[in-house]
Design a protein around this ligand. Structure first.
Ligand SMILES: CC(C)(COP(=O)(O)OP(=O)(O)OC[C@H]1O[C@@H](n2cnc3c(N)ncnc32)[C@H](O)[C@@H]1OP(=O)(O)O)[C@@H](O)C(=O)NCCC(=O)NCCS
Length: 153
């Protein structure tokens, strides 16, 4: 759905299945996936927060923030020191403590874009954000009751 307007890259079922342990999802009580995000590792210390999407009916309820926090938790568990993200939406990553940067900082990502262009895939220009993960960290509080209230409203 969001791949059609260029906000996200399309992913095949086999691609998702092969990286399923790097996905974080938020689901409703009846098992519907409401939001997702993924950790795309580029090196032992660098990864991208990718595939961030929230069902349209659930926008603005904090689910996007929660799945990105889940990806950050996964990154820390894997000893990753730096995250970057590509987005058309400025405030979303800024609201989570990311700084604006330039994708030229990440030649690995640029190389991937070049390969996609060579394969005939349309690549939409996005802004780049980065976050250094601090050595000490406390688990963000998941405000479950508040999230349930927002999803129900
Ligand atoms: C971008 C997206 C993931 C945000 O998810 P969400 O659950 O609606 O976001 P949250 O409720 O956690 O919002 C957190 C903050 O991000 C910012 N934000 C969220 N959506 C935004 C938007 N469309 N434009 C500008 N700022 C936005 C706001 O500052 C918000 O804080 P606030 O609610 O206190 O104002 C969601 O809109 C989406 O799925 N968009 C389409 C897919 C897409 O563009 N994916 C790639 C983007 S990373």
């Amino acid at each position: 759905m969001f791949a059609a307007n260029g906000s996200m890259l399309a992913r095949s079922m086999s691609e998702i299945a092969s990286k399923i342990d790097s996905y974080v999802v938020a689901a409703s009580a009846d098992g519907r996936v409401l939001a997702c995000a993924a950790l795309e590792e580029f090196s032992p210390s660098l990864a991208e927060v990718s595939s961030v999407a929230v069902a349209r009916s659930q926008h603005g309820k904090g689910l996007g923030t929660q799945v990105v926090l889940g990806v950050e938790r996964l990154a820390r568990a894997r000893d990753i020191e730096e995250l970057f993200a590509m987005s058309l939406t400025d405030n979303f990553f800024l609201s989570m403590g990311y700084d604006t940067t330039t994708v030229s900082r990440y030649p690995e990502k640029l190389a991937r874009y070049e390969k996609m262009k060579a394969d005939g895939i349309d690549v939409v220009t996005k802004r780049c954000f980065r976050k250094k993960l601090a050595a000490t960290w406390s688990v963000p509080e998941l405000v479950v009751a508040e999230l349930k209230r927002r999803i129900a409203s």
